[in-house]
Ligand binder design. Structure first.
Ligand code: ZN
Length: 61
């Protein structure tokens, strides 16, 4: 498992979430509780991949 194989899905999820936030008036980027159904799904995926990615960095040190 290379670093890239974790980093890329995380970056993709981050980019998708940002695109959604730019278009969606229901979502509040700074308040994870305040999201539409679609935004909540994107955020959940982003948060999960971010945790995996950060954990990976920690394990390397
Ligand atoms: Zn939304």
């Amino acid at each position: 498992m290379t670093e890239d194989s974790r980093y890329t899905p995380y970056m993709q999820a981050s980019a998708k979430l940002r695109v959604h936030d730019a278009d969606c008036t229901a979502c509040q980027p700074n308040e994870p509780e305040q999201r539409c159904e679609s935004g909540a799904g994107l955020y959940e995926r982003f948060a999960r991949l971010q945790n995996v990615y950060l954990q990976r960095l920690k394990d390397r040190t």
